[in-house]
Design a protein around this ligand. Structure first.
Ligand SMILES: [Zn+2]
Length: 98
């Protein structure tokens, strides 16, 4: 099980989405990038977490082989299961972004 608070999450970018009412968060952990989509900027709720890998690699959290192409960037099931905790983490750490 993932404990979000114990992960060395870094290089975080939080910005309003161009394509829907919500926000996108790019974050980096264990040398891999992930994208977290959040619906509704007023009452944020988690939508999904995808891998955004720059090279082929095994995700250390869900153990899937991820390809560095848009179609290969599937959902990360490990983060997906913990996305409420992930959202809470970003809201607490970066309150100004919400
Ligand atoms: Zn994964």
């Amino acid at each position: 099980m993932l404990v979000i608070r114990e992960l060395p999450i870094e290089a975080i970018t939080i910005y309003p989405s161009n394509s829907f009412d919500g926000m996108e968060i790019l974050f980096r952990v264990s040398n891999h990038n992930y994208q977290f989509l959040i619906g509704n900027s007023k009452n944020p709720f988690p939508i999904n977490v995808k891998h955004v890998f720059k090279e082929k690699a095994i995700c250390p959290f869900c153990q899937k082989k991820i390809l560095p192409v848009p179609l290969g960037q599937q959902l990360c099931i490990a983060f997906q299961k913990n996305q409420s905790a992930l959202l809470q983490y970003f809201q607490e750490e970066y309150p100004d972004a919400f």
